[in-house]
Design a protein around this ligand. Structure first.
Ligand code: AR6
Length: 169
């Protein structure tokens, strides 16, 4: 299973995969962080398609095409804002990963790249988010032999180290 999971440092907009995951907001209206980078790289057609999709509740995900991205699709997952940890944040974050894998199964997708959902503007501590993300990714890899590769793309070296430690733990 370990060979099918990779942790890298980089820019997710450069990844060629069946899908990259966007850390989106409920309005699917674009924004800053990785969302802004994905929309800039994909071009305006991505926002136009998002407008036809409508809203996406926290903890769920929606799929669009990737347009000018090297990735064929974008899966827009809406992570929770951090309110201190007692408002269901862990479960909502886990649900983003599960919803993404459910969409991949429905659409027959085999490779995906995730950013560290919720750990930027939404303030979820990455030390707490990393084990949740890795647990859900490992569960999906164990259940679904058709998944060829799951890449987690960390923007900073520091974030990569947090994930590497969590993977080893
Ligand atoms: N590639 C990979 N990771 C990135 C990139 C990139 N190009 N750019 C940033 N990150 P954030 P959130 C990392 O804030 O916390 C938006 O405005 C970043 O360092 O993008 O889920 C949306 O519209 C961090 O580790 O997403 C929402 O309103 C991680 O991506 C809100 O922000 C997530 O940070 C979502 O906040």
């Amino acid at each position: 299973m370990t060979e099918r999971l990779e942790l890298i440092q980089g820019d997710i907009t450069r990844i060629a995969a069946d899908a990259i995951v966007n850390a989106a907001n409920s309005g699917l209206s674009g924004g800053g962080g990785v969302d802004g980078a994905i929309h800039r790289a994909a071009g305006p057609e991505l926002l136009a398609e998002c407008r036809t999709v409508g809203r996406c509740p926290t903890g769920e995900a929606r799929i669009t095409r990737g347009y000018r991205l090297p990735a064929a699709h974008v899966i827009h997952a809406v992570g929770p804002s951090w309110w201190g940890g007692d408002r269901g944040e862990d479960e909502l974050l886990a649900s983003c990963y599960r919803s993404t894998f459910a969409l991949m199964e429905q659409h027959g997708l085999r490779t995906v790249a995730f950013p560290a959902i919720s750990t930027g503007a939404y303030g979820f501590p990455i030390e707490r988010a990393a084990p949740i993300a890795l647990r859900e990714i490992r569960a999906a890899l164990a259940r679904r032999p058709e998944l060829e590769r799951v890449t987690v793309v960390l923007f900073s070296e520091q974030d990569l180290k947090v994930y590497q430690r969590a993977l080893g733990a």
